[in-house]
Design a protein around this ligand. Structure first.
Ligand SMILES: *[C@@H]1O[C@H](CO)[C@@H](O)[C@H](O)[C@H]1NC(C)=O
Ligand SMILES: *[C@@H]1O[C@H](CO)[C@@H](O)[C@H](O)[C@H]1NC(C)=O
Ligand SMILES: *[C@@H]1O[C@H](CO)[C@@H](O)[C@H](O)[C@H]1NC(C)=O
Length: 435
């Protein structure tokens, strides 16, 4: 079913959407400048993070040892040993207090991008660090970095997508850095695509910058200021990832927010229409049209690729700008998770998420027929409950040190590290072991 955003959005929202699209153009500018240039490596030796270090530095218990399948009471009575885990939905649960805190800190991991390094940037509240995701029907053990690296000996991973994939790769590298520090072996000019190796394990992880997954010509200067609409080919894949595809053992693919930008859509190298291109005499097709078409094309490629590894499709992540959008003074000041139902997924995020689930559902059937191992990482609902997990003003180093009323850009889209997305790696490990 084709959704026309013009038809289903009331006038006021339509206006907002257009505004949103315009500012999305600038989003690169806002989040990119320092982000892409910094290597995140600090050579300074500073005093240890006082409060939490003792807790964090204790050797983590071998939680994998506790991860025996649980036996339900009923099953125990009848003598049947049914693993509860088998029917456990890892994506349905609650955030519960976790006094032991994160696996790593800004002190123990030198790979955190400065814009997500909330600890180092002086975020004053700490409560957001002390939660863990607790699926309703089973225990989710924390990723065991040693075990993970052992499993990944001689393997190759890639995280493919936009800046949230970059956010994710750093979380994973930091968790693994408890055992071995990754060595960077490649980066492109703008540090958007990068590759690291874990020498003792001959294990390689890449992050591949491909925000649309399909072929796109992006007209942005170095500062992310757009000079023209994106030219998006809905029937051609981005070679950045497809060239490497058959050599990867594991990948996590995702996309999302970039589809909200002003774009001209092509199929068969002919213009189909556009999304938000008021200066051109083209049919407005809506971002949802392009998103569905592009995702279907990508998913179809994967489902029929004969790939022998494991492919995760990760849903897009919600932002939590409140009291405005990111361009109009929106912020995210909460300091603890919310309960299910307390915040609703914003309309735009909901549209993206619905299309993702629908297209994944179709692709999964095809993939399993073809022997392709395609799995869904639906982290959207779980992250919706974590409005406290974003850098907000602490994307900058001590933003209020000179002026406590300083006007600073809030980031309520990316995630603090350590922070809620560390949980992603726990879930992924669990799916690899027991999925
Ligand atoms: C880590 O963050 C703390 C503040 O929370 C700061 O005192 C310390 O200098 C930071 N260390 C590094 C290496 O960034
Ligand atoms: C490292 O892993 C690759 C596969 O990813 C393999 O081809 C290569 O032989 C391995 N190297 C060593 C030294 O084991
Ligand atoms: C816009 O396109 C329509 C249909 O292709 C055409 O009839 C019309 O003249 C065009 N208008 C302008 C201003 O070019």
């Amino acid at each position: 079913m084709k959704l026309n955003w013009k038809l289903w959005l009331p006038q006021k929202h339509r206006h907002l959407l257009v505004k949103f699209a315009v500012v999305i153009l600038l989003m690169g500018f806002a989040f990119r400048l320092v982000f892409d240039r910094s290597t995140g490596i600090s050579s300074r030796i500073e005093t240890p993070f006082p409060e939490d270090l003792s807790r964090i530095e204790t050797p983590f218990p071998n939680e994998a040892a506790d991860s025996k399948p649980l036996v339900s009471e009923e099953a125990a009575e009848t003598g049947e040993h049914i693993s509860v885990r088998e029917k456990c939905n890892l994506f349905s649960g609650d955030w519960v207090p976790n006094p032991s805190g994160p696996l790593y800190t800004n002190e123990s991991c030198p790979l955190i991008e400065s814009h997500q390094n909330c600890m180092k940037n002086g975020r004053p509240d700490k409560e957001y660090l002390y939660w863990r995701w607790n699926p309703r029907d089973c225990e989710l053990p924390r990723l065991d970095p040693k075990r993970f690296l052992e499993m990944m000996r001689d393997k190759t991973w890639a995280l493919i997508g936009d800046s949230i994939s970059r956010n994710h790769v750093q979380s994973l590298l930091c968790m693994l850095s408890k055992v071995e520090l990754a060595v960077q072996v490649y980066h492109d000019e703008e540090y958007k695509s990068r590759r690291w190796r874990f020498p003792s394990y001959n294990f390689t992880i890449s992050v591949i910058w491909s925000p649309f997954l399909v072929k796109a010509a992006i007209f942005e200067d170095y500062n992310g200021v757009s000079t023209s609409e994106v030219e998006l080919h809905l029937d051609k894949l981005d070679k950045k990832w497809t060239d490497l595809y058959q050599n990867l053992d594991y990948m996590i693919i995702s996309t999302g927010k970039w589809f909200l930008k002003s774009s001209i859509y092509y199929e068969n190298s002919k213009v189909l229409g556009c999304h938000y291109c008021p200066k051109r005499n083209l049919t407005e097709l809506g971002f949802d049209f392009a998103y569905r078409k592009a995702l279907r094309f990508v998913m179809n490629f994967i489902a029929t690729s004969g790939h022998k590894g494991l492919i995760f499709f990760r849903t897009s992540t919600p932002d939590h700008f409140e009291n405005g959008e990111w361009f109009s003074g929106g912020n995210c000041k909460r300091t603890s998770p919310v309960k299910e139902g307390e915040i609703q997924l914003k309309e735009i995020n909901r549209v993206l998420h619905d299309i993702e689930l629908e297209e994944f559902g179709e692709a999964e059937k095809k993939a399993s027929k073809n022997g392709v191992n395609l799995k869904l990482l639906d982290f959207t609902p779980l992250l919706l409950l974590r409005p406290d997990g974003h850098p907000g003003p602490y994307r900058e180093y001590y933003p209020f040190s000179h002026d406590k009323n300083a006007k600073v850009q809030n980031d309520c889209l990316h995630w603090c590290l350590p922070g809620p997305i560390d949980t992603w790696n726990d879930v992924i490990m669990e799916m690899m072991l027991n999925g």
